[in-house]
Structure formats: C-alpha cells, structure tokens
Design a protein around this ligand. Sequence first.
Ligand SMILES: [Fe+2]
Length: 317
Amino acid sequence: MTETILFVDDEENILNSVVRTFVDSDFTILTAPDAAQALDLLKSSTIAVLITDNMMPGMSGMELLELTKVVSPNTVKIMMTAYTDLPTVIEAINRVEVFRFIVKPWDNQQLLATVSDGVNRYRLLDSLRHESEAVLYALAETIELKDPYTKGHCERVAHYALLIADKLNLPDNVKDDIRFGSWLHDCGKIGVPEQILNAPRSLRTDEIVTVRFHPEWGAEVARKARMSPIVINIIRNHHERYSGGGYPDNLTGEGIPLEARIVAIADTYDALTSTRPYNEPRSREDAIGILRELSCKELDPALTEIFLDILEKEEHV
Ligand SMILES: [Fe+2]
C-alpha cells in the first residue's frame, strides 16, 4: 500500500524541491501552499505523514498541527522550519505531539529517512488500531451475552448512528469512533448485576441508582484503555437529555457532545423497536411518533429531524 505524504509550505520553490527529492520514493506526495488547503486535503484523503512549515501567512504551522489532531488524529506530524526556534520546538513537541523537527535547509537523505520513520510509525499505529477494532467488537458482544435482550443492539445502534453521521459529513476517523462508541456505549453494564438488567418488572429505586452508574463505570474503563475522547463521550453521555435532567452530568443542548447526542437517538430508536424484558417492540410508525415526542425534550431536535428524514425516505433502514 502506498502511503500519502503531505508537505505544506508557502514557498513554491521549496515544495518543488521536496517533490524532486521524493520522485523515486514509493510514497504519494501531495503539496499545499497554505494551512487551509492542507486541512481540506487532510479531511478528504488519508494522510500518513504531514510535514509543515511554521511561519506561513494566515494559519501557522503550529495551528495546522493542532487542528490535524482533530481532523486526522492518526496522521504523524513533522514540523519543518527555517531556523531553530527552541520555544517553538518545545511547544510543538508538548502541545501537538509532533513526531520530529526538521531544520531548513535540509539534507535530502535526512529528510527521506525522517519521513520514512514517520510512515513506519503510522503503519504501527494503524495496525494497532485495526487489531483493537476486533477487540472492541468482541467486548461489545460480551456485553450482549450478559443481557440477551440486547442481542444485536450494539451493531444496530452503530448502524443508525452512522446514518446520521453520514448526513452530517463527519470525517472518517470521527465516524470510526462513533462506531466504536456505539458498540461500547453500554459497556459499563458489565458492572450491573444480571438480575437487575433482566428484571421483568419495574426497578426499585436502589436498582435504578445502580443501573444509572453504567455510563460512569464504562467511561472510566474506556479512559483507562486510552480510547479516544469521542468514544469516552459517547459512553459517558449517551443518557443525557437535551432539555436537561439526564445523567451522569446533567448537561443540556449543545453542551452534550455531538457524538453522544447522535448515539442517544440511535439507542432510543433501537430500544423502541426491539424486544425488551419489560415491553414488546413498537412498530416503525409508532417509534417514529415517539421520537417526535422526545425531540427537544430528550433528543436533539435537529439531529432527530435528520434521522426521521432517513427513516421516512429509506424503507430498508
Ligand atoms: Fe446505556
């Protein structure tokens, strides 16, 4: 597989020179004359390594690297600048987790070696990520085993949540995390006794308190496993209510992380349309009506509208 490398510099002759240096390499080389165009490329392509100048008109290289952490977190970041500016080096290493620092004028062999090290680091992280995907899914299935009524629930929640994420044109890495977060949103239920989870009756107050701890327990596990903030937010905040009064943080409106608001809709719809110990599945039409009632109260109205639009237009959903 050919990895893609992105060079960003406002000086055209530098970009031309870099392209010549890498002409015989196995990598696909992209260039951008400023941070804004670089960000577009980071959103639209899978970039293994980003090498950016710091002092550029408009957005600086440092700001670009900071945004890269959000839009393309797996990209390995290298900063290239004209002089050794120690505070910038330290800031780059600490704040944006820059992998290496290259000082201009560069030595071609050193540049090739540094980029090649960056690609190796990217491949390692990428393979870990793929392996962890299988581990994450296995964990989600373990949760379903504990609560037989939720068989297939995690996968369906992920499916519905990704339909909404697609309509919002969220970047691929965010969609990946929404998938993982959907699979794992109830992983804290591992800490809830099975007789409570499967009770075919209304729960006592003390049992409700126990069940309501599952987002916090799950988020704590995810934090220790160093999962991404998006996954942790979904696990912790999928029971918040748009108008307030949810748990565990009693957040409201857009104070609730976007990814958690998306998964709350997916989770609610699947809970309504699947068999539970305490109720029969609702028809699609009934579930749509209930989602309408919950919009603005429990669920984000704009996102609910998007999901209802998908349900109404696409019969197979
Ligand atoms: Fe939950």
